[in-house]
Design a protein around this ligand. Sequence first.
Ligand SMILES: CC(C)(COP(=O)(O)OP(=O)(O)OC[C@H]1O[C@@H](n2cnc3c(N)ncnc32)[C@H](O)[C@@H]1OP(=O)(O)O)[C@@H](O)C(=O)NCCC(=O)NCCS
Length: 151
Amino acid sequence: MLIRKAKVADVPGICKLIEKYAKTGELLIRTHASICEDLLSFYVAVEDDEVIGVGSLYIYDESLSEIRSLAVSEGHMGKGVGKKISQKIVEDAEQLGIGRMISLTYQIEFFSKLGFQVIEKETIPQKVRKDCLGCPKFFACDETAMVINLN
Ligand SMILES: CC(C)(COP(=O)(O)OP(=O)(O)OC[C@H]1O[C@@H](n2cnc3c(N)ncnc32)[C@H](O)[C@@H]1OP(=O)(O)O)[C@@H](O)C(=O)NCCC(=O)NCCS
């Protein structure tokens, strides 16, 4: 298994993986076009030429970033793939000098193990403005906001 920056040839595999978890409400859907647009921010885990894991870095401003579109295919869960992709994304944000990274998630234990802590969503208005206002679950959001301070 190899973790590396995404290439254009990975886009269909990335789409497929994200779509699978978007259907169950665990991830926000990403279109083919939006993945291409943000491809430089994506990491993939690849095994036998197949995309088995994905994750991306989104930057709001110099003080705030987000780990997005993190997913590992069902057959490869529990082997450290999600952790390794997340660590790459955290490292990139640190190297860029960004102050904090957030995640909005159902995977509290996974992110706790990476050093993230639970916070109130009200403390991240940038995220609420970007994604939450147009979300059908806005008044009944059951995801947990988590943050890690970088550097
Ligand atoms: C969350 C997800 C990315 C984790 O990927 P993974 O490769 O299975 O996780 P890892 O094997 O790297 O796990 C790292 C650690 O977290 C723990 N962990 C992972 N998923 C967990 C879960 N659902 N509940 C409790 N602990 C979990 C592991 O046991 C491991 O602990 P350890 O370091 O003490 O051994 C994967 O389950 C997934 O794709 N889920 C569906 C999409 C999703 O929810 N993405 C997150 C959106 S914010």
